[in-house]
Design a protein around this ligand. Structure first.
Ligand code: ZN
Ligand code: MN
Length: 483
């Protein structure tokens, strides 16, 4: 970037996880056969009237409060007029001059530093239909089909101030925003399903602070696409300016295949939406009591949880961050610690094999998990056996004690028995014993292996090592069972 600084602002559209649409009773199930979840209202047929979904408003308020916004006691719906095949009414019901929420912020850790990004506004609007292109993208497709199932699903649009300084910061901000909305339960935020979508405004200014032209980038449908598109676009603008050329005000799209941004339209070609207040909906007046109720029902948010995990449980910043970003793991961690198990041991296990086995989202109960930690920490089974038991717990749902019993997995610490096994192994390989005694130390591993094999892996490894080292000393010969 050399002598130029990036300025990024984000606009994020989030589908709310309501059962029915914003202004009608149609279902919102993702992946239903095309055009099976529509009615005259969401298709905008003449003579229909919208009726506002209370839960959509509640979710919007929840999100606004969690983002530290002021919730406006009166907000207003407006019509955004434009023609596009996925918009059957030829206008979108949205909020314009008077949004639901304004002036908030979101905090997150960026390279270990607590960082804050201003949320300029959060407003409610309805989703449009979905164009399905015959080719890979709108560019070069022969035809497109339209699915109106999505038309009318409630959305919130969240707009940040143009104060994000790097592609990485944009990604970290968006990750924290997504996690926050997931903790709130207002959206599943699946970028791959389009329930969270992000557009970016990018400009570069030179070191004298002269602001550049703003370019909007659309179609950023993964965290990776966001980061790469911003890096590409920042570089493109910096190169233009360094060559004395102009950056044009325009809308570009991220071409995933070519890994570059491509012009969609110049700003001069942008439609004038002719916003006006929606005549079919009265202003949205909110009772303070309801806002307070919603505020007091907010869950602990990710940042607070991350800080608590470090302070209350002594977890590292890294461990706390990984747990909080995977709520199903963080929950089982907390429940297990609440049963009296050591936070450090619990975190180690949860972040290890447990995390791998829980990838499908299913977890075992804290009760069973705690029982397993007990078996391992009291030395009744060793670490490797513990991992095998955990694997089985995920596969069958059985309790660790049942599994240990059924598989005969108890650990062998019986000195007499272990000495017998060791002596047998040494007798059988007397030549190797001589070689060990004359200096080939590395043969110890071979003997450990022999003992483990003869005990089906159930011998306590530390004990085996200790007993073997003794037995292999020159001139030493046990007389097992006669001690
Ligand atoms: Zn409908
Ligand atoms: Mn919008």
């Amino acid at each position: 970037m050399g002598n130029y600084e990036l300025t990024i602002g984000l606009e994020i559209h989030v589908e709310l996880a309501t059962k029915s649409k914003m202004f009608c009773g149609c279902a919102t199930t993702f992946g239903a056969p095309p055009n099976t979840q529509c009615c005259p209202i969401c298709l905008g047929l003449p003579g229909t009237l919208p009726l506002l979904n209370r839960t959509a408003v509640e979710y919007g308020i929840r999100a606004g409060l969690a983002l530290n916004c002021r919730i406006n006691p009166v907000s207003e719906f407006a019509r955004k007029n434009y023609y596009y095949p996925d918009l059957p009414k030829a206008y979108q019901i949205t909020q314009h001059d008077k949004p639901l929420a304004e002036n908030g912020f979101l905090e997150y850790f960026l390279d270990g530093q607590l960082t804050k990004t201003t949320i300029t506004r959060l407003h409610l609007e309805e989703e449009v239909g979905k164009s399905i292109h015959s080719g890979d993208s709108i560019i070069g497709s022969e035809y497109s089909s339209i699915d109106y199932n999505r038309a009318g699903i409630p959305l919130i649009e969240i707009v940040t101030a143009p104060e994000i300084a790097s592609p990485k910061q944009a990604r970290v901000f968006l990750e924290q925003l997504r996690l926050t909305l997931q903790y709130l339960g207002v959206s599943d935020c699946k970028m791959e399903n389009g329930s969270l979508r992000c557009d970016a405004n990018v400009s570069v200014r030179d070191i004298e602070g002269n602001p550049g032209e703003k370019v909007e980038i659309k179609n950023l449908n993964s965290f990776r696409a966001l980061e790469r598109a911003l890096a590409y676009e920042g570089e493109r603008q910096a190169v233009l300016l360094s060559q004395g050329k102009q950056v044009l005000r325009e809308t570009r799209t991220w071409d995933e295949k070519a890994q570059k941004t491509v012009r969609m339209r110049l700003k001069a070609e942008a439609p004038d939406y002719r916003y006006f207040p929606e005549p079919d909906l009265p202003p949205l007046e909110l009772e303070q009591v309801w806002i307070h109720e919603i505020a007091s029902s907010l869950p602990e948010l990710p940042l607070a949880r991350e800080e608590r995990f470090q302070k209350a449980y002594g977890l590292s910043e890294y461990d706390a961050g990984v747990l909080v970003r995977a709520p199903h793991l963080a929950d089982v961690f907390e429940e297990t610690v609440a049963l009296g198990h050591s936070p450090k041991l619990t975190a180690n296990w949860v972040l290890g094999d447990f995390a791998r086995l829980a990838r499908q989202g299913e977890v075992v109960s804290a009760q069973h998990f705690g029982e397993l930690l007990e078996l391992v920490s009291s030395g009744q089974i060793n670490n490797n056996q513990g991992k095998a038991v955990l694997e089985e717990m995920f596969a069958t749902g059985a309790s660790p004690r049942e599994i240990v019993q059924k598989k005969g997995l108890t650990i062998i610490q019986d000195l007499g028995f272990l000495k017998t096994v060791i002596q047998e192994a040494l007798n059988e390989h007397s030549e190797l014993v001589e070689r060990y005694r004359s200096g080939e130390d590395r043969l110890l591993g071979f003997f450990v292996g022999q003992v483990m094999r003869r005990t089906g892996g159930r011998a306590e490894p530390v004990l085996v090592n200790k007993l073997l080292a003794e037995a292999l000393q020159p001139g030493r010969n046990w007389e097992p069972h006669k001690e």
